[in-house]
Write a protein that binds this ligand. Sequence first.
Ligand SMILES: NC(=O)c1ccc[n+]([C@@H]2O[C@H](COP(=O)([O-])OP(=O)(O)OC[C@H]3O[C@@H](n4cnc5c(N)ncnc54)[C@H](OP(=O)(O)O)[C@@H]3O)[C@@H](O)[C@H]2O)c1
Length: 215
Amino acid sequence: MKTKTLIIGAGGQIGKIVVDLLQEDKKPVVALVRNENKAQELVKLGVETVLADLEGGFEHAFKDCNKVVFTAGSGGSTGYDKTLLIDLWAARKAVDYAIKNNIQHFVMVSGLGAANPDEFVSDIKPYLVAKHFADNYLLDSGLNYTILRPGALINQQGTGLIRISRPANFNELIIPREDVAKVIEYCLANEDTKGNIYELFSGNEHIDSVFKMDA
Ligand SMILES: NC(=O)c1ccc[n+]([C@@H]2O[C@H](COP(=O)([O-])OP(=O)(O)OC[C@H]3O[C@@H](n4cnc5c(N)ncnc54)[C@H](OP(=O)(O)O)[C@@H]3O)[C@@H](O)[C@H]2O)c1
């Protein structure tokens, strides 16, 4: 029986925290990274690691997994070529591999504004368009999905306190990466988050009560 969770983008800031949280809870995890040094660090920590570049094929990483988290991203310092190849095309390939490998839950880390890239005046609109189509591909795939659309990510320590309703104040459209990682862990463990799209922001409610109230 497949029981592992594949973290795509496990060398990234959110990805690393998710791997740590799952390891701490003794949940079987497979970390996909492209960087050999990062892979070695993870192996030293006892994490099962697959080395792969998302611009190529990476279906082998899905072999023993029944859940997937896509939290890779091209990042702000690359060009639109990488936006297309990672945020859109690699996400789409991950969905295709998930279908072929009978994945039971696909958690996509999307972004605020991906629902409607015209909503905000923003120089990251091409990235939001890529995220929009990646999300739609997952929505139409027939897979059990949870799509998370966090506001701007900050590196402040997480509080475990969030909200999924959008704050009126633009400056409050933020959330620590650690809290996004905690929400990912919660979603993986809770079936009732399947079939939902959530915007995520810092707030005043504990993660479990936010999702229980929404169920
Ligand atoms: N920044 C924001 O404010 C914001 C807001 C909402 C949503 N998001 C989304 O949140 C997600 C995670 O954010 P984060 O801050 O954790 O990002 P991050 O630290 O930049 O991590 C992204 C990871 O993707 C990996 N990656 C990129 N190209 C790859 C490739 N060709 N093959 C394999 N791996 C590749 C990177 O690998 P390396 O480590 O080797 O570079 C990195 O580990 C992203 O999807 C991002 O778009 C961001």
